[in-house]
Ligand binder design. Structure first.
Ligand code: FE2
Ligand code: FE2
Length: 473
């Protein structure tokens, strides 16, 4: 059995002197490694990959770059440094000292939240496992693997919390995190978007743009948590998550840049004829992944969300900077509902609308990225075409719009109208086949697939033509 040392598992939780934690992790780690071998990136486990590893939480320690074989990656356990005298910043327990142990009455709720968040981390690795084989460049392949190993580390971070603070049921939940499988009908991952296939690199960039960004807002809301170890864990995870969203946002931007560029070159303005993606197809993938990710925030009107806020478990995005009333007992929030075929606004108590409040911040952030992509189109000299976010009522499976049908502008439709048109709006089998047809591995240094522009710079100051992955034939 592996000997768990600080060297093998970089950490700032005193692992070396904590025998109980060592024992718990020692039994979990072999399961983790076999999970990684079974359903982690397929085909590249023996390769040297230029990866970032967190070896401490200090500014110079959280981003250490070197060649690593993925199974040897040092998945560490880091919590952001403690804040002396931290108090709970919102809800009914506001002003009380933050909890260093799990309060008995909140145990089930907290465990559910941690398991649900933790479940997304291995799920995304499973979803992305085949993509290495069609990477458009070594730079992109390396970014994929970076995201994968860090999602593995985030799993470790959540498992640490379960092992250290939830006793026996925590250990059982930690096992469960390695037993569910993305897309498996018998034992699926907990949340919808994490059971969706990620079949091609357009899916991957959309996922890291939109779905990892849901993660950012969930982690930010949990960073506010009164349960201090969870708060500190999420805070540190957010530093890594930024890179995942960068991969997604710039990935889509590079695809858009290339499409617009080739629209200019082609006599008929047809990027497809030039071996790239057309903007209409890109729009369909935006519509799909944006709306799948909207669902991850949960129902618009939610008594669970109200309980999480009231009890001090989950706050709002930047609770201290963006809000003055941290109790949120008085406020109301206007929700748009479909009533008798018309959209009407109805006020609900603010606390019950906390999912929607968080979703608002997310939508605003996504809109910022779409605006940027549109500037990229204009910069390439193409005018009159813009990308956009669909209405948040479109294509929803959770909350008040689930089971209703809307077009991307948010206008109500009959199910028959929706079904007849849906593949104009979200990818259908023909789109998947077309996108798949563009996906061929480009593994020569400095080369890149036709359908995507190279990045403006490489990783960690290295050039684009750096050998980011050394393939062992
Ligand atoms: Fe993550
Ligand atoms: Fe992520």
């Amino acid at each position: 059995m592996a000997n768990l040392s600080d060297e093998k598992i970089p950490n700032n939780v005193n692992l070396a002197s904590d025998k109980k934690l060592q024992r718990a992790l020692e039994s979990w780690q072999p399961s983790f490694l076999s999970w990684w071998q079974d359903v982690g990136p397929e085909g590249f486990q023996a390769d040297d990959v230029y990866l970032r590893t967190a070896i401490s939480v200090e500014p110079d320690g959280w981003a250490h770059f070197d060649y690593v074989k993925m199974p040897d990656y040092r998945w560490g356990i880091f919590l952001a440094p403690p804040e002396q005298g931290r108090t709970i910043g919102f809800g009914d327990a506001m002003g009380q000292p933050a909890w260093q142990e799990v309060p008995g009455e909140l145990r089930n709720m907290l465990r559910r939240i941690i398991v649900t968040q933790g479940d997304t981390e291995p799920a995304s690795v499973e979803q992305q496992r085949m993509l290495g084989k069609t990477a458009p460049s070594l730079y992109d392949m390396r970014n994929l693997f970076q995201v994968n190993v860090e999602e593995g580390r985030h799993l470790w971070a959540m498992v640490y919390i379960l092992h250290n603070y939830f006793g026996r049921d925590g250990r059982e939940e930690a096992e469960g995190l390695l037993e569910r499988r993305s897309g498996d009908s018998d034992k699926p991952r907990i949340l919808g978007a994490f059971n969706q296939p990620i079949e091609n690199w357009l899916d991957f960039y959309m996922f890291t743009m939109f779905t990892d960004r849901d993660g950012k807002y969930q982690l930010a809301a949990l960073q506010e948590s009164g349960f201090d170890p969870l708060s500190r864990t999420c805070k540190f995870m957010l530093t890594e998550e930024a890179h995942h969203m960068f991969v997604g946002e710039t990935g889509v931007d590079r695809i858009v840049a290339r499409s617009a560029e080739l629209m200019k070159t082609d006599p008929n303005g047809d990027a497809r004829a030039q071996g790239a993606l057309d903007l209409a197809t890109i729009q369909k993938y935006i519509n799909l992944w944006f709306t799948l990710s909207l669902d991850l925030f949960g129902g618009e009107i939610s008594s669970n969300a109200a309980d999480f806020f009231a009890s001090g478990i989950k706050g709002r995005y930047k609770e201290q900077d963006r809000h003055t009333d941290h109790k949120a007992l008085e406020g109301v929030y206007a929700i748009e509902l479909l009533k008798d075929g018309k959209i009407v606004k109805e006020e609900v108590a603010l606390r019950t609308a906390m999912n929607e409040v968080l979703r608002d911040c997310y939508v605003e952030d996504c809109q910022r990225a779409v605006d940027k992509w549109n500037r990229t189109i204009v910069k390439q000299g193409v005018t009159g075409v813009t990308l956009r976010l669909p209405s948040r009522r479109f294509h929803r499976h959770i909350g008040i719009y689930a089971g209703q049908w809307f077009d991307p502008d948010g206008n109500p439709l009959s199910q028959a109208e929706y079904d007849a048109k849906k593949h104009q709006w979200i990818p259908g089998p023909a789109d998947a086949t077309f996108v798949q047809g563009l996906m061929h591995a480009v593994t020569e240094r400095g080369k890149i697939a036709q359908w995507i522009a190279p990045p403006s710079k490489g990783i960690n100051g290295q050039p684009f033509d750096f050998e980011y992955v050394r393939h062992q034939a």
